[in-house]
Design a protein around this ligand. Structure first.
Ligand code: B4P
Length: 191
């Protein structure tokens, strides 16, 4: 199995690049952000609780997203591999993911990390906010909070995967096509 953690700060291009990976490598895409937004639109109890946190740019509790990942792995038991987009976002989530994959005799192959300057992240997210309707894309202070949460809770995952020699940093500035070309070149060496 080819299991990729697609990593990077908010607005780095994870969701954007995941589309190319699905096409090029035939992987199942699991985006915890999309799954949570789906819960919100269905007005489920976890969705209603998550919305308050997401609108401020805070993370939702680990147990909520871990449960969603477990369901997705079960639902796609015949997958060739997975793209984990926006998950894990904490070291605790990474450890749970390792256990879940061990349970299906698999493991993370690589973390593909998109490296983008902070000012560019803010520009991209404010831009998306004009059409996405997402509360967390609407103003600079919420975006600043998302980046601060990323630096505090999520960025340490780089060391977690680096220690396992699974970290692949990708320069995430430039056109969408240039960046997907860089990711492809890196992943082709791993399959
Ligand atoms: P996510 O949905 O993961 O949102 P994101 O970090 O903004 O990334 P996304 O994939 O959507 O954007 P992308 O960079 O592709 O998370 C939202 C919230 O959900 C979190 O804040 C948190 O509250 C919660 N959550 C999700 N997962 C969680 C977890 N595991 N644990 C706890 N909480 C969790 O693109 C951004 C924009 O840039 C787009 O408009 C795109 O078109 C543009 N763009 C991309 N590449 C570009 C390029 N090269 N040049 C110009 N623009 C580009």
């Amino acid at each position: 199995m080819l299991n990729i953690v697609l990593f990077g700060p908010p607005g780095a291009g994870k969701g954007t690049q995941a589309k190319f990976l699905i096409k090029n490598f035939g992987l199942i895409h699991i985006s915890t952000g999309d799954l949570l937004r789906n819960e919100i639109s269905q007005k489920t109890e976890p969705g209603i609780k998550a919305k308050v946190l997401m609108d401020k740019g805070d993370l939702v509790p680990d147990e909520v997203v871990e449960g969603m990942i477990k369901n997705q792995l079960t639902a796609h038991s015949d997958a060739k591999g997975f793209i984990f987009d926006g998950f894990p976002r904490t070291v605790a989530q990474a450890k749970v993911l390792d256990e879940l994959l061990k349970g299906i005799n698999s493991a993370i192959t690589a973390m593909v990390a998109l490296e983008v300057k902070k000012q560019e992240l803010i520009i991209r997210l404010l831009n998306r906010g004009k059409s996405s309707g997402r509360a967390d894309d609407q103003n600079e202070s919420t975006i600043e909070n998302r980046i601060a949460v990323y630096n505090k809770k999520t960025a340490p995952l780089k060391d977690y995967y680096d220690a396992q020699k699974k970290y692949y940093g990708i320069y995430g500035m430039g056109t969408i096509e240039e960046i997907s070309g860089r990711i492809n070149d890196t992943l082709k060496k791993l399959v």
